[in-house]
Design a protein around this ligand. Structure first.
Ligand code: SAM
Length: 292
């Protein structure tokens, strides 16, 4: 199979000029122009010819070429119709790639994995459009897309939020949601000069390995996520006040105080001090003892 031709500034500029492509800010377009970073992503995603890879936002096909070389099959979903003729050109030497011109948030990815990979778990690899990082990642988990791992470039600050534990300023609903479904691991930090155009923020590659069994057991997953959201909605408030004031929850003041006390915590504890296990225990206490 053909060696990748993209991934450096000269070839990227050549393709962009050939097609007179204009970057669209609203689509979060920052294309990778560093072969070392591309190699690192492909290596850390651990792709073999057995794998089907879903790439979100192939751009001009830079990473897609690397993925096509390593994987059995690549499905790339790109929203910008102006990139489709470019992708037809840059990916013409790769027979194992299918490009879909769609908004990834509107695609039924579980159905796509079923059709294209017989329901076997897929790997997601992408340099994500940063404006929709969270909905993309949460959508993959919550819609039960069969997944082995997600290896993605995200804003550095968001990568930090995904992997930190309680008691740090970055800890929040995203940390808990990600860590409920997967084991996070930051692979590399990537500076703005590895992209064209340069983003204003630093970036990082993070790998999320999907758990076969979630690390905590909760009777009512949806209730746990409502409790988590309520706990972090008002950061400076106590956990008790966060839960009392939430429009998403209907427990009484007494029920909330009893449930928090069951954790062995004082009344002034804040949500950001609780581990995932403690959120699970709190949720199970509510589900066993009280009706909303
Ligand atoms: N993979 C390319 C690279 O690394 O050079 C491009 C990455 S760029 C950060 C993000 C890509 O996602 C762009 O090509 C953009 O058009 C595409 N994109 C943005 N929003 C999208 C959406 N909702 N669905 C699918 N693709 C999207």
């Amino acid at each position: 199979m053909k060696e990748p031709t993209l991934g450096n500034p000269q070839n990227t500029i050549e393709v962009l000029q050939k097609y007179q492509f204009n970057f669209q800010k609203k689509f979060g377009q920052n294309f990778l122009i560093d072969t070392h970073v591309l190699d690192k992503i492909i290596r850390s995603a651990d792709i073999t010819k057995e794998d089907m890879v879903l790439e979100i936002g192939p751009g001009i096909g830079t990473m897609t070429q690397y993925l096509a070389q390593a994987a059995g099959k690549v499905i790339a979903v790109e929203i910008d119709k102006n990139l489709i003729p470019i992708l037809e050109d840059t990916l013409s030497a790769y027979e194992n790639v299918r490009v879909i011109n769609e908004d990834v948030l509107k695609v039924d990815l579980a159905e796509l994995a079923e059709k294209e990979n017989g329901g076997k778990p897929i790997k997601v690899v992408a340099n994500l459009p940063y404006y929709i990082t969270t909905p993309i990642i949460m959508g993959l988990f919550e819609n039960h897309v069969p997944l082995k791992s997600i290896t993605v470039m995200v804003q550095k600050e968001v990568a930090d939020r995904m992997q930190v534990g309680p008691g740090t300023k970055d800890y929040g609903a995203l940390s808990l949601a990600v860590q409920y479904y997967a084991k996070p691991y930051i692979v590399a930090n990537v500076p703005p000069n590895c992209f064209m155009p340069r983003p204003k923020v630093g970036s990082a590659v993070i790998r999320l390995d999907r758990y076969e069994h979630t690390p905590v057991q909760v009777q009512d997953e949806k209730l746990m996520f409502r409790i988590i959201r309520a706990s972090f909605n008002q950061r400076r408030k106590t956990l008790a006040n966060g839960l009392k004031n939430s429009p998403e929850l209907n427990f009484s003041k007494e029920q909330i105080e009893e449930a928090i006390a069951s954790l062995g915590k004082g009344a002034s504890v804040r949500g950001e001090a609780l581990t995932l296990e403690e959120f699970a225990d709190l949720t199970n206490y509510f589900s066993h003892k009280f009706k909303e």
